[in-house]
Write a new protein. Sequence first.
Length: 173
Amino acid sequence: MDDDMTESPSPNPPPNPSPAPAATGRRRGLKLALGLSVVLNLLLLGLIAGGLARGHSGRMGPPDAGLGPLASALTPEDRKAMREGFLRMGQNWRAYRQAAAEDARALAAIIATEPFDRAAAQAILDRQTQSVGQRMQASQSLLLDRIAGLSPAERQAFAARLTQALDQHKGGD
């Protein structure tokens, strides 16, 4: 009767049940949501990465705000003045990035939901497009104000830095 006390595990364990269809669908939705979130974050961070790739030390504070090679031509003093201009305008890059991340999460949730709500997704993307456009307009206005305040010699130096940035960018294609 000692055999009953030393039972060994069954040689044929029961097979694992296959995942439920709902779990599989959620996994797929989660993968899509995560992928889209990564893409949106990369788009938002592309401005920062682009500036860093062009040799910025990160001292500018906000990303190049859609200025592209123009941002590369800015001196540290120009960047400081623009950063201060953004602050005077009430531009808060941290809040902007936080709102963009919240939008990405909301978009991920919409994508993961069945049925897919295209109109809701479009509304979020439209809001992001409007926000980016407003940032670019503010950046362009500050840049033009900064350039207008330069002496002729400083504008010539800015133009030379811009040309150099464009030449470097062309070589990277």
